[in-house]
Write a protein that binds this ligand. Structure first.
Ligand code: GAR
Length: 220
């Protein structure tokens, strides 16, 4: 079983709470992916310390020292090859990737985004959702394609927007759901249970969307 686990790299730029959720999930021996590498484009990313403490190979490839995106990505690719990586999870990795890099990893490169795509691509999703007055917000795990925050959707979780919400309180509830759906998405991908047809992702067990009930906290 152990030898069949898919060797997975997590790419981060900062705090790394999604990275942590993936690492925790992969501690279970039956989980079909093992976290074999954490890579950051920022040497000072807080998440690197947690990965190191947990005995996971870590590396920083500082994008600032490269002349262009592709040179930067070629350095990452060398490390990914060295560690025999089969799947990449972007987890708060805040660099746009080139079509070249994405092409190397077709079907094996996934991302977590803090909004219900295709709504609120890009940054500052929680403030924009509040400004628009939406009542439902959430997060999306999806395959990466060259267009930013597009690509077949693997899983989504919805979060009810409260009258009292600020971008920070909403972000915290969405983040808790990210930590649920991202490991679940990786589990399905690594187990070879996902099939992509156009924009649609089907799971072998026919379960469709992951169970993610709307949670409306009782009024205080
Ligand atoms: C997460 O909310 C993730 O969805 C978001 O950055 C945060 C990283 O937090 N990613 C993006 O906005 C990518 N477009 P984390 O470092 O604690 O996982």
């Amino acid at each position: 079983m152990t030898s069949q686990r898919k060797r997975t790299a997590i790419l981060i730029s900062g705090r790394g709470s999604n990275m942590r959720a993936l690492i925790e999930a992969a501690r279970v021996p039956a989980f079909p992916a093992e976290i074999a590498l954490v890579l950051s484009n920022r040497p000072d990313a807080a998440g690197l310390a947690f990965a190191k403490e947990n005995g996971i190979a870590c590396a920083a490839v500082d994008h600032k020292i490269y002349a262009g995106r592709e040179e930067f990505e070629r350095s990452m690719q060398v490390l990914l090859d060295l560690h025999r990586i089969e799947i990449i999870c972007l987890a708060g990795f805040m660099r746009m990737l080139t079509p070249w890099f994405i092409g190397q990893w077709q079907g094996a490169l996934i991302n977590i985004h803090p909004a219900l795509l295709p709504a609120y691509r890009g940054l500052d999703t929680h403030r924009r959702a509040l400004d628009d007055g939406v009542k439902i917000h959430g997060c999306t795990a999806h395959f990466v394609v060259p267009a930013m925050d597009e690509g077949p959707i693997i899983a989504q979780a919805a979060v009810a927007v409260l009258d009292s919400d600020t971008p920070e309180t909403l972000a915290a509830r969405v983040l808790a759901q990210e930590h649920v759906i991202y490991p679940a998405a990786l589990e399905r991908l690594a187990a070879g249970r996902l099939q992509v047809q156009g924009n649609r992702v089907f799971c072998e067990d026919g379960s469709g969307a992951l169970p993610a009930p709307l949670r409306v906290p009782a009024a205080s």
